[in-house]
Write a protein that binds this ligand. Sequence first.
Ligand code: MN
Length: 286
Amino acid sequence: MKLARFQGNRLGLVEGERVRDVTLALDDLPAPRWPLPIGDLVIAHLDRLRPRIDALAPSQPTLALASLPLDSPIANPGKILGAPVNYRDHAAEAKADSGIAQGRTVKTLKDWGVFQKATSALAGPAQGVKLRFPDQRNDHEVELVAVIGKTGTNIAARQALDHVAGYAVGLDMTLRGPEFPGLRKSIDSYAVLGPWLTTADEIADPQALDLRLAVNGVERQRANTREMTMGVAELIEYASRYFTLHPGDLIYTGTPAGVGPVRAGDVIEAGIAGLGVMRIAVRDAG
Ligand code: MN
């Protein structure tokens, strides 16, 4: 199942070149009161929603996918995690590029651990990227994103994929500089997610997916998720040793070589086989 969000609060079922508006399925969700539960309401109740969506779909109207501006498929992640230097070729590039290394010794993911991006950085392809500090380097990083489906802590790698609701394409936008990643990668719109959520049952092996990014039609990044040093299951095990993972938490799993700067006016195309392609306009925040 491929689930998109549009017009802020509408739920769409992606069917080829059409999107079926299945927003009515959300009528079954509980209406939470303060204090709100941690995590995303749709993802927390996805097992209940899926049969409702299937039953409703044939009677619901469709829209053309190509002309529909898409929001982040996950509306309310409790956490956005990121894996630094999770592809060997990007580690080599980071060591060789002083604009990335910024005088630091480039270490491994196991030395640094995962970092967090602010949830306010989340954007869909429709919102695009709004650059701050345009005189500094703002780099694109295409990444597979795993969406956590159920609550868990100290999750063993061999069970970890059972905790994944689905996958999406992520763009981990990164301002280069000496500050901690949690600051530089948390600028509004620097965590793009889309174009929709593909549920985990449609992805036989998350470590066998081709990913690609182009800027203005020129390819910059091309790799396969098998080249990760820590796979999705190991990242979930690692992160959940430190904190509980909740439905809707996002894990940006790291980027391969080819990262580079973008400027206002650029159009980024980021895609992963089986998960779709998103086109993202880059502007100055002003
Ligand atoms: Mn990254």
